[in-house]
Design a protein around this ligand. Structure first.
Ligand SMILES: Nc1ncnc2c1ncn2[C@@H]1O[C@H](COP(=O)(O)OP(=O)(O)OP(=O)(O)O)[C@@H](O)[C@H]1O
Ligand SMILES: [Mg+2]
Length: 263
């Protein structure tokens, strides 16, 4: 982490696609600091650059211009190898479409990034079992993704994102495919994580989700048009006593992060 304690930091961050008439500035000169422990919601209309911003912050995409830091380390200019390593250790990603490996059980999905990060099979199994239990899924560990409900699948995906104890959890429309009950389950989990000091960035269209954050930034056309601190947030609807503790360090990437072998 750098001096100001920001887990994520961006200065003049830009991402452009295409050229000439077809040029799209998906992210346009964004400055951002996300301090440790903050829950940040990013909102805005479709196409305004939310996912692109999340990918830039988590090192899944490279900026066209500008600077980005993750845990105090510059990520816009490091080698692919160093970036993959930093991402694996520091970031957990959660996606709207879950992106679980269909052939693997819930437990195996959660274990996989731990194994890829070099944990022993035993340690990976233990950690996955503990996380699934905290997610209320102990009885579903051997189920394949298609045997789970949407909310259960997303909770497995969240467990997977947490297995390497990431400094920051980046979630892109995590409740976008879920009904109200499942959304509530996921929000409760996020509340538990927040209570445990987990830094969280959540891209969401759902005002109920955004209203639970410490801070909401609104985007239009690649830039921030509003940055609001909520008075302590309203909470994610009551914690369930998540015992995963603090001290989240280490992490993984998304699917291509999952197949990043070796350091
Ligand atoms: N690979 C790409 N090539 C060209 N344009 C792209 C590419 N990826 C994103 N864009 C464009 O960049 C802009 C921002 O896209 P992005 O996916 O970040 O938006 P978003 O806010 O996440 O939208 P949504 O809410 O629909 O998910 C859009 O106009 C999109 O069309
Ligand atoms: Mg998006």
């Amino acid at each position: 982490m750098n001096e100001c304690g920001a887990v994520l930091r961006a200065r003049g961050l830009c991402k452009e696609h295409g050229q000439g008439q077809a040029l799209v500035r998906a992210v346009d000169e964004v400055d951002l600091d996300v301090p440790a422990g903050q829950t940040l919601a990013v909102t805005g209309p479709s196409g305004c650059g939310k996912s692109t911003l999340l990918h830039l912050l988590g090192g899944l995409e490279r900026p066209t211009r500008g600077e980005a830091w993750l845990a105090g380390r510059r990520i816009d200019s490091v080698s692919e190898r160093a970036l993959a390593r930093l991402r694996r250790r520091s970031v957990g990603f959660v996606f709207q479409a879950f992106h679980l490996v269909e052939e693997l059980s819930a437990a195996e999905n959660v274990e996989l990034p731990a194994l890829l990060a070099g944990r022993s099979p035993r340690a990976a199994r233990r950690r996955a079992a503990a996380l699934l239990e905290q997610m209320g899924l102990a009885g579903r560990a051997r189920h394949l993704p298609w045997q789970l409900s949407g909310g259960q699948r997303q909770r497995v995906a969240i467990a997977r994102a947490l297995v390497n104890e990431p400094l920051v959890l980046l979630a892109d429309e995590p409740t976008g495919n879920l009904d109200t009950t499942a959304t509530r389950e996921v929000l409760r989990l996020f509340e538990d994580l927040r209570s445990a000091g987990q830094t969280l960035v959540i891209v969401t269209h759902d005002e109920r989700v955004a209203a639970t954050a410490d801070r909401i930034v609104s985007m239009r056309d690649g830039t921030f048009v509003d940055d609001t601190r909520l008075a302590g947030g309203t909470g994610f609807g009551g914690g369930t006593g998540f015992a995963g503790g603090t001290g989240f360090v280490g992490g993984t990437g998304r699917l291509d992060g999952l197949i990043e072998l070796g350091d």
